[in-house]
Design a protein around this ligand. Structure first.
Ligand code: MN
Length: 485
């Protein structure tokens, strides 16, 4: 298990201004709170939040996110309360931990729910703070890495959820390495035979092609050097799940499988990207229909690169990605790449701003994610997934964390009737996330709703206009008739 000082040092290394005392406090608090609890593997429970925090240090996330990772299971699994977290760590971390607690409760509620249901949960998380989602993804990654200790049913369920929901989400957020690891772990448990066949074939091809990858890599590197371009060229084998998906989509067999290698050329400037492209295209024959310029037209998750495929040395099909160092950083870390940036730096490095974003860098990221979701282009993001976006419902919580699903446009009055008819009949106003609001306010995903009631209130039929659900409207009519009598 990682030591306390090791974790703190890791954070300080990329963020010297990080709050050391906060990290220490969170470490000790979570360790004590989980006490003697054990994981399915028999390891101390605390090793799990600690690993989750470690994963997030690889993404270089801020101190609040790391502290949240350490604390992410304490409210649900120990005696710790939200109030206590707020007092010890401040309301910012309190609300982040609360977000993760809500997601965890939803997991318990809807064990047998459809995939789309799961996706909605994530939407709720997104709507509060993007960091909740980053911690959730790291949480899922660690659980997937340790899946062998779980029962077969939960292995199956976790793997399905991971393939359908979390891996695509990581991709949507531009975090490719995270996506690939989640996919391969899930693939291994869901389709063990296919996984084995693909990895066996990979090993065989590796033996067969030994030298070829290096030969191609050197050929590209030499051409760049001849033109006086400083370039870093790497060759890379595709991941088992990506290969399998390709086989499924294109209906090809393992034997026909050829282009399992990809090459990447990293250069200093955009100009050099196009110069390398020119060299490659004039040296080798291009494969038609494979050229894509994501530099002049970046993907919605800010991914930038030039892609092309050529018939390279020994007439091998060679897939190439050409990009700058900055583009590489964004491609690797996605959303998290900008997590530590101050606003101005973020804009300067990013070039294009997000409309309607709030002032904080995280507000910006959140706005970016919601715009990704709203404009979800099936071809770009949801390819190969079963995800569906549902815009017709809002999910809200009681103060105790019970989930209330309502149609879009629903009000606290609908919420009150959904909880209990008596509460509905006595409802006069509400608090949404602690703010006093009128009874006809539209609810939004993730809202925590407290209903203000009055025993003396006499319901009139006019209140029907404040509700949208059939249940609430019928109950209002009934209460109004009784009141008249
Ligand atoms: Mn966890």
């Amino acid at each position: 298990m990682m030591r306390q000082y090791e974790l703190v040092e890791r954070v300080l290394k990329y963020d010297p201004k990080a709050d050391e005392a906060l990290l220490n406090r969170a470490y000790v608090y979570a360790m004590k709170a989980h006490g003697n609890q054990k994981r399915a593997s028999g390891a101390p429970y605390f090793s799990h939040p600690l690993e989750v925090a470690a994963i997030l240090t690889e993404l270089k996330l801020d101190d609040a996110t790391i502290a949240t990772a350490l604390l992410h299971d304490v409210i649900e699994d120990t005696d710790a309360t939200r109030t206590e977290i707020d007092q010890m760590f401040g309301p910012e971390i309190g609300s982040l931990v609360d977000g993760l607690t809500k997601i965890k409760r939803l997991d318990l509620v809807s064990k047998r729910a459809e995939q789309a249901e799961n996706f909605r949960k994530l939407l709720i998380a997104i709507s509060t703070d993007i960091r909740v989602l980053l911690v959730k993804l790291a949480d899922r990654l660690h659980n997937m890495r340790t899946l062998e200790h779980m029962k077969p049913e939960s292995r199956q369920r976790n793997s399905e959820e991971t393939l359908d929901i979390y891996a695509p989400l990581a991709g949507m957020m531009g975090m490719q390495a995270l996506r690939e690891e989640l996919e391969d772990l899930a693939f291994r448990w869901l389709y063990p035979e296919a996984y084995e066949a693909v990895t066996d074939r990979l090993i065989e091809m590796r033996k067969h092609n030994r030298g070829l990858v290096e030969e191609i890599r050197q050929a590209i590197a030499r051409k760049c050097a001849d033109a006086g371009i400083a370039a870093e060229t790497t060759g890379r084998e595709k991941k088992p799940y990506a290969i399998w998906r390709k086989m499924e989509n294109k209906q090809i067999s393992l034997e026909q499988l050829s282009d399992i290698y990809g090459f990447r050329v990293i250069v200093d400037s955009i100009e050099d990207c196009y110069r390398v492209l020119g060299i490659v295209h004039t040296t080798w024959g291009t494969v038609p229909g494979r050229f894509k310029d994501y530099i002049s037209a970046p993907k919605r998750n800010n991914y930038q690169s030039v892609h092309t495929t050529v018939y390279g040395p020994r007439h091998q099909r060679v897939e190439l990605q050409i990009r700058t160092r900055e583009m590489q950083h964004t491609a690797e870390f996605g959303i998290a790449a900008h997590a530590l940036y101050k606003d101005q730096q973020y804009q300067a490095t990013n070039g294009h701003d997000v409309e309607g974003a709030d002032d904080s860098p995280y507000g910006r990221l959140r706005a970016m994610i919601s715009s990704l979701l709203e404009a979800a282009n099936p071809e770009e993001f949801l390819e190969h997934t079963k995800l569906e976006l549902f815009h017709d419902q809002v999910f809200c919580f009681t103060p105790k964390g019970r989930l209330i699903a309502l149609p879009r446009g629903a009000t606290p009055l609908d919420f009150a009737y959904a909880v209990h008819t008596d509460i509905g009949n006595e409802a006069i106003a509400a608090y949404i996330n602690g703010r006093h609001v009128p009874i006809d306010t539209h609810l939004r995903n993730g809202d925590e709703v407290v209903i203000e009631t009055s025993k003396n209130h006499v319901r009139s039929a006019a209140w029907e206009a404040f509700a949208v659900t059939g249940r609430a409207r019928a109950a209002i009519r009934r209460a109004a008739r009784e009141a008249e009598r």
